[in-house]
Design a binder for this molecule. Structure first.
Ligand SMILES: Nc1ncnc2c1ncn2[C@@H]1O[C@H](COP(=O)(O)OP(=O)(O)OP(=O)(O)O)[C@@H](O)[C@H]1O
Ligand SMILES: [Mg+2]
Length: 262
């Protein structure tokens, strides 16, 4: 555990961005600086914290924490789905296989929660009962566990645009991926989430929901890219207080960036 004093002392050292022209062609995501060259993509995870598709602030060690959590989870799930990892040469860096990203993000939700306009709870409390093709029963309460995890695919928006939650049929109608591709990604997402829930539970943590991105590698295989089960892509709650807080209707004890969105 890092003391507040040590964290504060590191603020001048936060990693805001990088500039390494020799590493390849640069693409700046909201959080990751990407360099592509010779079939490889070097992703440098900065300390930027984004919410609502904007950079809100910088937090010492955030990039490293994210990258090392992703490293752990890529390892824990590689038997479920192949991934883009080649190596982790530095706490903030992953060298990955360059893929053609598939323009659909697979969001899996085990609980109905959230405060943003795209959250399951926001839609539900506004009266939505068909959420991306999932029929939701009446009477759900905030933070309630779904009988089965649900899949709510989302279009991966162009740089600067906002993602949109949609049904499978809607995605197929857009013609951006084939049905076989969709089904393979959907199946992998549900299995990855199940593994995540199982591993997190051993540490007393609930993996509430999460988002996966997939790409096609040079051989045409669909593999997991970007990041997995990090506090940027997922919500996490403490398991030991879940039931009591849910029964009382009080907010869950969490370790993700939901506090920032709130
Ligand atoms: N192995 C890979 N091959 C190709 N693209 C990848 C790979 N891994 C991640 N990406 C893409 O690289 C980018 C990572 O940067 P980052 O996560 O900061 O972007 P973002 O802000 O989430 O998304 P955007 O690209 O919309 O700004 C994402 O666009 C992601 O889809
Ligand atoms: Mg991203």
């Amino acid at each position: 555990m890092i003391s507040t004093e040590d964290l504060l002392a590191q603020i001048p050292q936060v990693l805001k961005g990088t500039d390494f022209p020799t590493l390849g062609e640069k693409y700046e995501g909201k959080v990751r600086d990407n360099y592509s060259k010779d079939g490889r993509r070097i992703l440098i995870v900065t300390d930027k914290l984004s919410a609502f598709d904007r950079i809100i602030t910088l937090i010492p060690f955030k990039g490293q924490v994210l990258n090392q959590m992703a490293q752990f989870w890529f390892e824990q799930t590689k038997d479920v789905m192949g991934n883009h990892v080649i190596e982790f040469p530095d706490p903030n860096v992953v060298v990955a296989k360059e893929c053609t990203a598939l323009p659909v993000e697979m969001v899996v939700r085990g609980y109905i929660t959230g405060v943003t306009s795209t959250s399951a709870w926001t839609h539900y409390s506004n009266g939505v009962r068909d959420f991306c093709g999932n029929v939701l029963p009446e009477g759900l309460k905030k933070d309630q566990k779904f009988p089965q995890p649900i899949l709510t695919p989302s279009t991966k928006a162009e740089h600067g645009e906002h993602d949109e939650s949609v049904s499978k049929q809607n995605i197929l109608d857009r013609g951006v991926i084939t049905e076989a591709e969709f089904d393979e990604m959907a199946d992998a997402a549900m299995k990855l989430y199940a593994r995540g829930v199982e591993v997190a539970a051993k540490q007393g943590i609930i993996l509430v929901d999460t988002k996966y991105e997939f790409g096609k590698d040079a051989d045409g295989n669909i593999i997991l890219i970007d990041e997995i089960h990090t506090p940027d892509s997922s919500r996490f709650w403490y398991a030991d207080e879940y039931e009591k807080r849910f029964a009382d209707g009080t907010p869950q004890k969490k370790i993700d960036k939901e506090y920032l969105r709130e």
